[in-house]
Design a protein around this ligand. Structure first.
Ligand code: FES
Ligand code: FES
Length: 167
């Protein structure tokens, strides 16, 4: 078995104790994924596994065996930025940028969750698609901390991309 990382097959580490975060950063040099708390509290290490957001610091690399992992490097580039990356720039959704890869991976997964009809704690009507309000986005992004306090810009950027994707 192997892990598909940004479209490339990578052998799963033999040491079952290696976290997905350490595999990405220390062994593969994919340093776009950041280390924050390293204990599941900040969201800086968020990546996508089969399209869903996971905290890579709390995920063993072997848990991703046979699955597809997407990091910020696989979402966009300087030449071809992901729409969320462009929107974060437009709305000043960052200052130091350390939390930004995790924010963008989480936002991409979060928009897919909303599109799939997954409710959140603040969704009032569980029988209808969630309304994309600031409150919804804040709640759904609450696992991603920004110590620079760029949350207002982050929310605006996500709302813009959500509107662009609206049918
Ligand atoms: Fe993984 Fe903080 S580094 S949640
Ligand atoms: Fe600095 Fe979020 S931009 S921590």
């Amino acid at each position: 078995m192997a892990i598909r990382i940004n479209g490339t097959e990578v052998a799963a580490p033999e040491d079952a104790r290696v976290s997905l975060l350490d595999l990405l950063r220390e062994r593969l040099g994919l340093t776009g994924t950041k280390v924050g708390c390293n204990q599941g509290a900040c969201g800086a290490c968020t990546v996508l596994v089969d399209g869903a957001r996971v905290l890579s610091c709390l995920t063993l690399a072997v848990q991703a065996d046979g699955r597809s992992v997407t990091t910020i490097e696989g979402l966009g580039s300087a030449e071809a930025p992901h729409p969320l990356q462009a929107a974060f720039i437009e709305h000043d959704g960052f200052q130091c940028g350390y939390c930004t890869p995790g924010q963008i991976c989480a936002a991409e997964a979060m928009l897919r969750e909303i599109a799939a009809g997954v409710p959140s704690y603040v969704t009032a009507n569980l029988t209808a698609p969630a309304e994309l309000s600031r409150e919804e986005v804040r709640e759904r992004m609450s696992g991603n901390l920004c110590r620079c306090g760029a949350h207002n810009g982050i929310i605006e950027a996500i709302l813009q991309v959500a509107q662009e994707r609206a049918p």
